[in-house]
Design a protein around this ligand. Structure first.
Ligand code: PRP
Ligand code: MN
Ligand code: MG
Length: 181
């Protein structure tokens, strides 16, 4: 039987490296958010793994909610059009909010999300992402907590997909060319 890990040419970060980094970040976040009952907002679908792992590395009280927004069509380029497909279940007015993302590429998704969430007047709003690509610098989005800055390569695993697949890979790496053809 084929193994999805065989489709990677190069592993950028292993499961162990990702978990170690999350554990470090959790210590910092616990300190910042102790007694604040932080609401972590995950962006579906990519952020599912980060949300589950980061929130379990934390030892303070957290709540979790989810938003689904569409900015990409079937291709790998942003369409520039952002829509809310699923809104929060929680009123974030006066809440301490931490947006949780798997990756920031162009920053377009986040830019839209931040202005949308700020209009709801949270007590505070910060962003955590597991990975960030260099193009994110072109969009003016402030990201306080970054797991790893990575090169501008197409990567999959740990929530990151190619055509909906590979999210369940524990490691993160680049896809072999034969997968595209
Ligand atoms: C991916 C990723 C981020 C966004 C980053 O989500 O999970 O949410 O793109 O790209 P940007 O910085 O250029 O906006 P995607 O739209 O592919 O949906 P998914 O999470 O369901 O894979
Ligand atoms: Mn996403
Ligand atoms: Mg995607």
């Amino acid at each position: 039987a084929s193994h999805i890990a065989d489709d990677l040419t190069h592993v950028l970060y292993t499961d162990a490296q990702i978990q170690a980094r999350l554990a470090e970040m959790a210590v910092e976040l616990d300190e910042v958010y102790k007694d604040k009952n932080v609401l972590m907002i995950g962006v579906l679908n990519g952020a599912v793994m980060v949300m589950a792992d980061l929130s379990r590395h934390m030892t303070s009280h957290v709540e979790n909610d989810w938003m689904a927004i569409s900015s990409y069509g079937s291709g790998t380029q942003s369409s520039g059009v952002v829509r809310i497909l699923k809104d929060l279940n929680t009123d974030i007015h006066d809440r301490h909010v931490l947006v949780v993302e798997d990756i920031i590429d162009t920053g377009l998704t986040l830019s839209y999300l931040i202005s949308n969430l700020l209009s709801r007047e949270p007590a505070s709003l910060e962003v955590m992402t597991m990975f960030r690509k260099p193009d994110a610098a072109n969009n003016d989005v402030e990201v306080k907590y970054v797991g790893f800055d990575i090169p501008n390569e197409f990567v999959v695993g740990y929530g990151l997909d190619f055509a909906g697949k590979y999210r369940n890979l524990r490691d993160v790496g680049t896809l072999a060319p034969h997968v595209y053809s």
